[in-house]
Design a protein around this ligand. Structure first.
Ligand SMILES: *Cc1c(COP(=O)(O)O)cnc(C)c1O
Length: 370
């Protein structure tokens, strides 16, 4: 039997009745955009995170763009982020006309290295976007101290970290703004695109609400140039059902991660493999379970031959992407990141994965890296 990286079909089958009913209700309500499902979902996400305001948008990338806009970031401004993330984290910075500045990552957690952040701050720096990579939060205390010292906005990219915690506080609630993605493969995924901005500031929430709807507060009266970026009612209805299961699913992912740790401990002791690094301040949600090895290509081949999917996150660090060539980075500029990109491999890690399947996967990994 083939083991996929993520099994969305299996997940759907566990909640099929509720989902189908929620979808049918939206279809017959004939309200499809900016309706009661979106509003209810916003309130539920705000309550889940423990934050005052949540504003739903079309996707996680727009959430970042609108967050940057709400912080008045644009041409001439610099925004510091990690090069070890999905492209959108930095693409959003470029799309508002600002300049992405890439800071080196921590070799254990693969999150932005807070010890080396300050050296990237210039007089043009306006914000930092920490990305809570693979579902484990960045060291927010140091980031918030720098924000205060230099007067910077902090936008947490929580696309991979919904429900994760840092010192007991939920992802998205420590910085000025948190952004989420409900892309189907995220821990809370819709059946299409979706995103959310959360903030403790009524002023920022208000700005995002206006921006997502063509710069209007009152229909056909446009106060500014905005966007068309809303979460539709079908996605909101699906996500409301799935949100009820999120804590349980995230706990399931943590249990799978722990099982892998036990199964693969021998290889770690022999230094053949590095498991996901844990930060004692954090409660992770294992969006991905990413191991590192110098023999990645060999391991991928062995997994593939044994019917196990795996995937590389991320093959090319953002500072070396063609689209960012204009920023002038070269290979060797951020060696910790570059090394991680050459070693990282995600193994299947989702709530529906069985213990037996994990044992099968671990056996292949052990045999390949013996
Ligand atoms: C998925 C993702 C995004 C973008 O979300 P979309 O909903 O696909 O636009 C942004 N940042 C990170 C870290 C992501 O993983």
């Amino acid at each position: 039997m083939h083991i996929p990286l993520l099994d969305l079909k299996a997940q759907y089958l566990t909640i099929k009745e509720e989902i189908d009913q929620a979808v049918m209700e939206v279809l017959s309500s004939a309200k499809y955009i900016l309706g009661p499902q979106m509003k209810a979902f916003e309130d539920e996400i705000a309550a889940f995170c423990g934050v005052k305001h949540a504003v739903a948008v079309a996707n996680g990338t727009d959430a970042l763009v609108l967050a940057l806009k709400a912080c008045r970031i644009g041409p001439g401004d610099e925004v510091i982020t990690t090069p070890f993330t999905f492209f959108a984290s930095a693409e959003a910075i470029a799309n508002v006309g600002a300049t992405p500045v890439f800071a080196e990552i921590d070799p254990v957690t693969l999150n932005i290295d807070v010890e080396r952040l300050e050296e990237r701050i210039t007089t043009r720096t306006k914000a930092i976007i920490p990305v809570h990579i693979f579902g484990q939060m960045a060291q927010m205390d140091t980031i918030m101290n720098l924000a205060e010292q230099y007067g910077l906005s902090i936008i947490e990219d929580c696309a991979q970290a919904i429900g994760a915690e840092y010192k007991g506080q939920k992802a998205g609630t420590i910085g000025d703004i948190g952004t989420f993605s409900f892309f189907p493969t995220k821990n809370l995924g819709g059946y299409g695109d979706g995103g959310m901005v959360v903030t403790g500031s009524g002023n920022i929430a208000d700005k995002i609400r206006t921006l997502r709807f063509h710069g209007t507060k009152t229909k056909y009266y446009h106060d500014q140039i905005g966007y068309n970026s809303r979460l539709d009612e079908l996605q909101a209805a699906v996500l409301r059902v799935k949100l009820k299961y999120l804590d349980q699913w995230n706990a399931g992912r943590r249990a799978k991660a722990q099982h892998y740790e036990e199964l693969l401990d021998g290889l770690v002791q022999k230094e053949k493999l590095i498991l996901p690094g844990k930060d004692p301040d954090c409660l992770p949600v294992y969006h991905l379970f990413v191991i590192r090895t110098d023999r990645r290509e060999e391991l991928m081949k062995a997994l593939n031959e044994n019917g196990v999917s795996s995937a590389v996150y991320y093959p090319v660090p953002l500072h070396l992407q063609k689209a960012f060539a204009y920023l002038g980075y070269s290979r060797g500029d951020l060696p910790v990141t570059e090394k991680a990109c050459s070693q990282a491999l995600a193994l299947p890690c989702y709530p529906e994965l069985t213990g037996e399947e994990q044992e099968r996967i671990a056996a292949v990994v052990k045999e390949a890296l013996r």
